[in-house]
Every structure is written in structure tokens, then in C-alpha cells.
Design a protein around this ligand. Structure first.
Ligand SMILES: Nc1nc2c(ncn2[C@@H]2O[C@H](COP(=O)(O)OP(=O)(O)OP(=O)(O)O)[C@@H](O)[C@H]2O)c(=O)[nH]1
Ligand SMILES: [Mg+2]
Length: 284
């Protein structure tokens, strides 16, 4: 894979601003994409967090393959993380975040009270890769549209404090990646799920990666969705031709309109057209 510019310059600034604010925080909420429990874990963020109390929030639970997710939840819990599975769109488990945070900070609160200091306001920072649902989560917690959201990476441009209750404040932050990734599959997994812009990696490579992956881990879903009879000996490009046939995606002269088929496939993957998925199976 050629050298990829997947870490735009403004993310250095965002990382610096996160580093500057970390001291103010009682707790960190690190959003992980439940479909990418490995690939959406940003090593730069982990370095910045250090030993701050951290609740890992596995978001987009509705889109994720539960079996594969359970493996990763266990993996992170064994590493000492607190975890919670959430769906920021429906609000599933979102109302547990406050009470879990109080539990996690119980000792800190007691220590403060012993010193005669009342623990007045709990401050938390929402961190995670682009498009993982940070701003959507905040809106759900505050029950109104306090932040801008959108289904593409890079929507939030600057940090923003939101008061959830009189004693609970959250800082929304722009999504950040990390400057260099060692495993090219991580890049592909982030591209397939829409965490990096569609033109960052060559889209054909991304789609071929997705199809090879689906053939390996979810062959039945491909068979059913695109009526494929010979899954074992069909190539990714032949699958694309099948999809074109099914959806009538041809250009003049009857050749496959690959650009359209790429979009159809990625939309199916991202919107549960192929059912709940995980793109981090290979790590387990
Ligand atoms: N299916 C599903 N979609 C979600 C969930 N949470 C957020 N989304 C969608 O994910 C997209 C991105 O949401 P945002 O809240 O803007 O993401 P963000 O992390 O703030 O992104 P940046 O500001 O770009 O870093 C939106 O289309 C949301 O509707 C969820 O739990 N399930
Ligand atoms: Mg945002």
C-alpha cells in the first residue's frame, strides 16, 4: 500500500488540545466502534490518558457482531478497563454512564470528602476516532441537539463544553487518529466503516479488502444478500459484477459501473444491509 495521508495536520492540534485539557478531567470516556474494537483503539489517545480513570464505551452496538465484540470486551476488561456497551442513537445504556462514573470515582469522591472538600462537579472528556458517535452520545445524554453531528468523519472542529446536569460536565472533542499505522488492515477496517474519508485510501482496495474479509467471516451473508452460489471460487470482482446485475449498476454498453457498485456495497456494510458485523475478527 502506498504511503497514505490519513492523518490531516489539524489532528496534531486536536491532540495537543486534548493533552492540555486532560488535567482538568475526573474521568475519560473513550468511544470505541463496537464493529472495530481493535482498529478504533487509538494508541496516541491511550498515551495521553495514562492512568486517568477511563470508561470504554463500545458505541454503535446495533451495527456490531455481538459474538466478536464479547471477545474484545473481555480482552479490555482483563487489561483493567471499565467497559459499557452503548447505542447513542437509540440511547441504549446511555443512562448508565452517570452512575457508572460515580462508582468508578467513588474512592476519589470519598477521599475529597475526608479532606473536607465537596466533590461538586464531575468533568469528563469524550474521546475517540472520527465518526464514532461522540457528539451523538452527548446529545443523547443532554436530550437535545447541543452539538453538531453527521455521518462523515471530521464533523466536530473544536472542543465544546456541555453541561449534562448541574454537577456533570462533558467536553466534546474532534475525532483524532494517529500519525502512523503499522497494520494496513487497520487502515482498511477504518475505511470500510467510514472512520476515514472515502478518498483517503484507494476505494477499490478498500472494497476488495471488505469482500475478502466478508467471504472469510460472513460467507452466508454474501450468499443471501447478493444471491451468490459459488462463494468458494468467486473473486471479489465477480461479486461486484453480481451486485451490479442485481442492482442494475451498469454504464453505457453494459459494463459494470464499479464506482456505483463500490458505493452500494459500502452503504450495505455501513447500514446493516449485511447484518451486524465486526471487522476485527482477524485479531482474535
Ligand atoms: N447505528 C448507529 N449510528 C450511530 C450511533 N452513534 C452515532 N451514530 C451515527 O454516527 C454518525 C457520526 O456521529 P457523530 O456523533 O457526528 O460522530 P463524532 O464521533 O462526533 O464524529 P467527529 O465529530 O467527526 O469526530 C452519525 O451519523 C450518527 O447518527 C449508534 O450507536 N448506532
Ligand atoms: Mg463530533
Amino acid at each position: 500500500m502506498k504511503q497514505v495521508q490519513w492523518f490531516p495536520g489539524h489532528m496534531f492540534k486536536s491532540l495537543r488540545e486534548i493533552r492540555e485539557k486532560i488535567k482538568l478531567m475526573d474521568i475519560i470516556y473513550l468511544l470505541i466502534d463496537a464493529r472495530l474494537p481493535f482498529s478504533s483503539m487509538n494508541p496516541e489517545i491511550l498515551k495521553i490518558i495514562g492512568d486517568k480513570p477511563t470508561l470504554l464505551l463500545f458505541n454503535k452496538l446495533d451495527l456490531a457482531d455481538r459474538k466478536m465484540l464479547d471477545y474484545w470486551v473481555d480482552y479490555y476488561e482483563k487489561k483493567g478497563f471499565y467497559t459499557l456497551l452503548i447505542n447513542s442513537n437509540s440511547g441504549f445504556n446511555v443512562n448508565k454512564i452517570y452512575s457508572r462514573s460515580k462508582q468508578i470515582l467513588e474512592e476519589k469522591i470519598l477521599r475529597a470528602e475526608k479532606k473536607g472538600v465537596t466533590f461538586k462537579i464531575m468533568r469528563g472528556m469524550i474521546l475517540g476516532i472520527p465518526n464514532v458517535g461522540k457528539s451523538t452520545l452527548i446529545n443523547k445524554m443532554v436530550n437535545k441537539k447541543a452539538t453538531v453531528t453527521g455521518n462523515r468523519p471530521g464533523v466536530t472542529k473544536s472542543q465544546q463544553w456541555i453541561k449534562i446536569h448541574p454537577d456533570f460536565e462533558l467536553l466534546d472533542t474532534p475525532g483524532v487518529l494517529w500519525p502512523k499505522f503499522d497494520d494496513k488492515n487497520v487502515g482498511y477496517a477504518l475505511a470500510v466503516t467510514g472512520a476515514i474519508k472515502d478518498d483517503t485510501l484507494p476505494i477499490e482496495e478498500v472494497v476488495v479488502y471488505a469482500l475478502e474479509y466478508l467471504k472469510k467471516y460472513y460467507p452466508k451473508r454474501l450468499i443471501e444478500k447478493y444471491q451468490i452460489s459459488n462463494i468458494n471460487d468467486i473473486t471479489p470482482h465477480e461479486i461486484l459484477d453480481k451486485i451490479a446485475e442485481q442492482r442494475g449498476a451498469f454504464i453505457k454498453g453494459g459494463t459494470t459501473d464499479y464506482e456505483r457498485v463500490y458505493t452500494i456495497l459500502l452503504t450495505d456494510i455501513r447500514s446493516k444491509g449485511l447484518g451486524p458485523l465486526s471487522f476485527d475478527a482477524s485479531q482474535s
